[in-house]
Structures are given as C-alpha cells and as structure tokens.
Design a protein around this ligand. Structure first.
Ligand code: LLP
Length: 439
C-alpha cells in the first residue's frame, strides 16, 4: 500500500520510507550515513514544469539554473540535457559547468567580486552573459575582451531597493546591499559613459534578484516595476535598449508539511503580464525575459539520511536525538534558523517497530561541536532510538553546496535517483582526502 506524503516522491511501504521508488533504509545500508539523496526524476519534473509555465508559454524566454544551489557534474549534465542555461558565480563553478559540457553561450557569470583570473576565464570561454555588479568591472572586462579579440555581452545587475520578506542573510535586493548597482541618476551616467568608452563590451539588458525563499510574489512585482521604470529611462534618455531582462530566482519551496507556497505560475504570470503591459504602454520592444531559479529546481528533490547515534532525555526540558551528521552537511538551521521536517524511514533492527512506539516531541541534534548544530527542533516522531535511520527532507538546495569539514568530519556521499534506481554520484570523503592538500 502506497501512502502519499510530504514531500512529493516520498511514501512508505509498510514502515519503510521510499523516495522516487527507492528503499531509503537499503540506501543507508549500501552507501552509509549521512547520505545525500537527490532525485533526478524530481529535478527533471521541475524542469518540465518550468518549460510549461514559462518557456513554452512565453516566447523569447530562458531559464538559467542558479547552480550555486547544488552544483555537481551529474546535476549540470541533467540540466544540459534539459537545455537550461547555467548561472555561475565563481571560476570554480564556471570550470565545472564547462567540464560538464555546458555550452559557454548558455552560461551567465555573476558575482560582486570577480577576480581578474575569473573574468579572463569567462571572457576567454565566451560565456553568453556577464552580470556586472560595479563600474570598474566594465573596464576590466573591456581589457580582457580586447585581448581575447571578442565582444562580451553584459547585463547590469541592479538593486531595485525592495525589501523582500525573507531571512535578512538571504535578502539581496534592498538598497543597502553588497549586490547590484544602485539606480541613482548620477551612477547611471557613469555606467553609460563607461559603455561608450568600451567598444569590446555590449550592453544587453538588466538583471535583478531580490532574495531567496520568497513565499509571495509581491517583492518580485515591486522590484520589476522599479526596474522597468529604469529600463524606460535608459531607452528614452540614453537610447539604450534593454533587450534582455533577467528577473533572478528566489521562488520559495516547502520545508515543512504545513508549508504552502505559491505555484511557479503565481510568480511568473503576473511578472510577464507586467512586462507585456509595460512594453505596449511605453511603446518599447518587449525584452527577452529570463529567470534564475536554484532552490525551486532542486530543493525538494533532495533529502539527507542520518543514523541515530544516541538519545538524551533532559527531564522537564527536552529530548535530544543525536545523529551522525549536522552542520557540516547542512549549515542552514545554524545560519538562517531554517526549519526542517524529519521522519524515521527505517527502524533499527534491534528496536521495536515504529507502530509500537509512543509519539514523542524531540529535537534532532547534529554531531558537531557547536550548540547551534540543531537540525530540527521540537518535532513529533515515534520515540527514536539508536540505529534508526532518519530522513531530513527538502535538503536538495544549499546543503551539499555549503558543506564543510568542520571537526574533520568527511563529507557524505551523494546518491542520485532516477526512475526507481540509485547511482553513486559523489563518493564519501575519506580521512586521506581530508589530509590530501596538507604539505
Ligand atoms: N540569482 C542570483 C543572482 C542569486 O544571487 C541567487 C541566490 C539565485 C539566482 C538563486 O536563488 P534561489 O532561486 O535559489 O532562491 N544559501 C542561502 C541562499 C542564498 C541565495 C543566494 N543567491 C540558503 O541556504 O538559503
């Protein structure tokens, strides 16, 4: 009997949890724990949804996957196969994207502090777009492009000055932000002068990204209005046409069963309607539109498996359930107070079946030497015990990507699932790996 549950693709057969048709307890046994599990099936289903809701619905559109959310060669190859573009933010991400066979033309390069080496690599590879974050960068790209004998297409990443309703560490669009170009008249003129002085760069349009894990479309729409006003001014005052408009990512996902989030169309349709209306009202050509989702594509496609190591009941206070991973593989609760849902997906063979246990409110603690290393606070589970296998859901985005070796704990292995089969995508780090760069 299959019983639908959160998140999509997770269900139980008897007491055991399955994801994308694969027995999670069996995965834990075969590959060890902690274990990152990412369903390529779910990733591709999200890509199909984006094709329907955006790429096929509106002409001259493009999706760039914000690969910082989860960048592995396997993931990049899947996105290439889906014909999506890739957003990279470093020389390392660029290197991996090219290595995975992503066509340079389909890459957009972002960053507020791109080094000379990174700009050179991007220009020489002929990336499709570089998103400019400051004035100096225009001249630096001009230099590289003239050496490379090419003309580099640029977007201006602008700061619309909109506060997004999300954790302040992942909000990027407000005026006081290290990201983006402020839309001040005097600044604009300096940028326009720079473009005039630089024959090897070509202005294509504007980019904005206002924050991540947004659960309503209001900030996107407010930002869009401001950016389109600016586009109108660029065109009318300076004769600079915005041929392309990149509206960033930030579309929220579900972390807890009770979470309800807007559909992707709830974000996209009003934005596109706004651009269409603007273009006809201002009698300006409709720009090509792009979005840059990261979390929305991969977040719910991932989960992490842990083994329960120990439990500790502090009478009258709380019960801690300590697992074999934590902030080294998922720093998000410690960094953003992120909340996660967890379930026991296989009972320890030495412990009673889940159906014989009492429901308990427990706190899942990580193994790292840090009091803030708590993976899930106050969640209800059938009383966990050592040896149980626990799944933490919606860990596909910004967990592997932000992992560390704190306490010299090796990073977990990563398994990709596709159509009910699992394959090892990244092997577990070894102790030797941990020492391999030390002289
Ligand atoms: N485009 C740009 C320019 C960005 O800066 C970002 C994310 C994205 C797209 C993708 O945003 P998404 O669709 O994934 O929300 N480490 C944080 C998230 C940081 C996001 C940074 N920028 C977290 O774990 O929540």
């Amino acid at each position: 009997m299959k019983e639908a549950a959160f998140p999509e693709g997770f269900y139980r057969v008897g007491e055991n949890g399955y994801f994308d048709g694969v027995d999670l307890g069996a995965l834990a046994k075969k590959y060890g724990t902690p274990l990152y599990v990412v369903s390529e099936t779910s990733v591709r289903a999200r890509c199909a949804q984006l094709r329907e809701a955006f790429l096929r619905r509106y002409s001259n559109t493009r999706v760039y996957y914000a690969s910082k959310a989860f960048q592995t060669l396997d993931m990049l190859r899947a996105l290439k196969d889906e014909d999506f573009g890739i957003d990279v933010v470093s020389g390392g991400e660029l290197f991996a994207a090219l290595r995975a066979g992503i066509h340079a033309e389909n890459i957009i390069f972002h960053g507020n502090a791109k080094t000379d080496e990174e700009l050179r690599a991007a220009v020489q590879a002929r990336v499709g777009r570089i998103a400019i974050d400051n004035l100096e960068e225009i001249f630096r790209i001009e230099r590289e492009a003239s050496i490379a004998g090419t003309r580099q297409a640029l977007l201006f990443r602008v700061t619309p000055g909109v506060d997004s309703h999300t954790h302040r560490f992942i909000s990027t669009g407000s005026l006081d932000s290290k990201f983006g170009i402020p839309l001040e008249q005097s600044e604009t003129e300096r940028y326009i002068d720079a473009l005039k002085a630089c024959p090897h760069v070509e202005f294509f349009g504007l980019h904005f990204h206002i924050g991540s894990q947004l659960l309503e479309n209001t900030s996107h729409l407010a930002a869009l209005k401001i950016v389109l006003d600016f586009a109108g001014r660029l065109s009318k005052k300076y004769g600079l046409e915005v041929r392309e408009l990149n509206m960033g990512g930030g579309f929220g996902i579900r972390y807890l069963p009770k979470d309800s989030v807007p559909s992707i169309s709830d974000f996209i349709d009003p934005m596109m309607a706004f651009v269409v209306e603007w273009s006809s009202r201002e009698k300006l050509p409709m720009p090509h539109c792009a979005i840059e989702p990261g979390r929305w594509i991969v977040g719910e496609a991932g989960l992490t498996l842990y083994k329960v190591i120990a439990t500790k009941a502090i009478p009258g206070i709380r019960t801690y359930v300590a697992v074999d991973g934590g902030l080294g593989d998922n720093i998000r609760p410690a960094l953003y107070e992120a909340r996660y849902h967890a379930e026991i997906v296989e009972a320890s063979p030495d412990a009673p079946p889940l159906s014989d246990r009492r429901q308990r409110t427990v706190t899942i603690a990580g193994r790292y030497c840090e009091s803030g290393d708590i993976l899930a606070r106050d969640i209800k589970l059938p009383e966990p015990g050592a040896g149980d296998i626990l799944a933490l859901f919606s860990t596909g985005a910004y967990c592997y990507a932000m992992s560390s070796n704190y306490n010299r704990v090796p990073r977990p292995a990563l398994v990709m699932l596709r159509d009910a089969t699992a394959r090892l995508s990244i092997r577990r780090e070894t102790y030797d790996d941990l020492l391999s760069r030390e002289m």
